[in-house]
Design a protein around this ligand. Structure first.
Ligand code: SF4
Length: 474
């Protein structure tokens, strides 16, 4: 999602005659496209801010500012809500004005009556206040939804800009490829959002608070964006959304994207177990471009923990789903997410998770040690009172089981034929690529370099290790 959003920010700013640099020290402005899913992500941003020279300006967007704003006392003042440009707007053609801190306390009535005016002042956001005490070069906070307002906001913070109004449109209608922006450094994979936000409200998750409620993009727009990416440079499309298979036209989207000429691979992430249809599973069998890999978040194998997490499936339903994947004639690699030690998870609960992992034979598990996120249901209802050390020992147990399964699964891949996309020709030959079933793969014989960037190669698996396969060109 962050890749895709960053491409949109880049598109808007290139349209305003800013130029883009990968080289941090060359930048006049550094933009942080933040994530709040875990506390660690926020800590990373705070750490990274220290690396920015005081001469460089800093802009910050996305989750970190949005959930901080939502939790602030100021945002609870209804009178101010409509004046903060970080809130959803009533109009798509607003006039942007600067509101001084003094005016915030005494907003003139004539402004209050005009819903077409958006006032901006960073002091609305408590995070801005706190951070600017330490870093005076923080210049702008903006909601990602408001990225298309940047051409209107920037003159208010002293930038002289020109822009073509063609790209000035609502967030979900910005198509980065209009001006050839790509955030994938290999120029091989394009991330295409099909909806935004999430209304699922899992008890531990900050996303619905940071990103707010669901909005589906129309099929025509998704296909247009995917086609433009493929025509420009991409080989692989990844369809994105937090609950990607909940889009009402998801099957149609998959079928239409698969028809795009020159598309080599199609992936999607992340689906929700109960929104899987039989038809979607069958597409994995019938559409060769749709990769033989399903990432399906389990979170816990215990029904009582799933219930506390507000995940609307049982462990048995999840098992049935896994069984259907195993029954497909095309072998599908399965990966998952698991939260280790959700509050009140007992040893018995954890054992149920281990049992389900053993049953599902996941190729990879993204394991998250539970951390409380502000404003979530879990934070309000379940105290997180387990010491980190204890959580970590459970994490280690799960990790050992995963390693054992990975070794067994990879062993079964020996002499099988896989396709590998060469998205980069490395200078050093220890780099890994990914197979179509999303396994890390390393070239067995570094002397055999008979291929070039963007080739899709048929390969044979010659060796295996935990989490890794080794290959030769066929
Ligand atoms: S489905 Fe649940 S875990 Fe995923 S983004 Fe939505 S609320 Fe968060």
């Amino acid at each position: 999602m962050n890749y895709s959003d960053s491409a949109r920010i880049k598109a808007i700013l290139l349209n305003c005659w800013f130029s883009y640099t990968e080289n941090l020290s060359n930048a006049d402005i550094v933009i942080f496209d933040t994530c709040s899913v875990r506390q660690k992500s926020e800590d990373k941003i705070t750490g990274k801010l220290k690396e920015i020279s005081p001469k460089q300006k800093i802009w910050i967007t996305w989750c970190m500012i949005q959930h901080n704003l939502r939790n602030s006392k100021i945002s609870k003042n209804s009178k101010l809500k409509i004046w903060n440009f970080m809130w959803s707007l009533q109009s798509t053609t607003p006039k942007i004005i600067w509101i001084t801190t003094q005016e915030i306390n005494n907003l003139p009535d004539k402004i209050l009556q005009n819903w077409n005016i958006v006032g901006i002042n960073h002091s609305f956001n408590p995070l801005f206040h706190t951070l600017t005490q330490k870093r005076k070069n923080i210049e702008l906070f903006f909601r990602i939804d408001d990225v298309w307002f940047l051409p209107l906001i920037l003159p208010r913070i002293w930038y002289k800009i020109n822009y073509s109004s063609e790209i000035l449109n609502e967030y979900d209608k910005i198509i980065p490829q209009w001006i050839n922006t790509s955030m994938n450094k290999h120029n091989s994979t394009a991330y295409v959002p099909i909806s935004t936000w999430c209304s699922q409200f899992c008890a531990y998750c900050i996303v619905p608070y940071a990103r707010w409620l669901e909005k589906n993009f129309p099929v025509e727009q998704i296909i247009k964006e995917a086609t433009l990416h493929i025509q420009k440079w991409a080989k692989e499309i990844v369809l994105l959304w937090q609950i990607v298979n909940k889009h009402p036209d998801f099957i149609q989207i998959i079928k239409e994207v698969c028809k795009i000429q020159w598309l080599q691979r199609l992936r999607y992430t992340s689906p929700y177990p109960t929104y899987y249809s039989k038809e979607l599973l069958e597409l994995h069998q019938s559409q060769p471009k749709l990769c033989p890999h399903i990432h399906i978040p389990l979170q816990s194998g215990s029904d009582q923990i799933l219930k506390k997490m507000f995940r609307w499936y049982t462990s048995q339903q999840f098992k049935n789903f896994i069984e259907k994947i195993h029954d497909l004639s095309r072998p599908i690699s399965i990966t998952t997410d698991i939260i280790v030690w959700f509050p009140w998870e007992t040893d018995q609960d954890f054992q149920k998770t281990l049992d389900l992992v053993q049953y599902a034979q996941f190729d990879m598990i993204y394991m998250w040690i539970y951390s409380t996120r502000p404003g979530t249901i879990a934070q309000r209802k379940y105290p997180d009172n387990i010491p980190y050390k204890v959580k970590h020992s459970r994490w280690a147990k799960l990790n050992n089981l995963l390693k054992q399964i990975s070794l067994e699964n990879n062993q079964k891949e020996i002499w099988s034929i896989k396709t590998v996309m060469i998205n980069e020709i490395p200078e050093q030959w220890n780099i890994t690529w990914y197979t179509d079933n999303m396994k890390q793969i390393i070239l067995s014989n570094p002397l055999n370099k008979n291929f070039k960037k963007w080739d899709i190669l048929k390969t044979v698996i010659t060796n295996w290790k935990i989490f890794k396969l080794y290959w030769e060109i066929l």
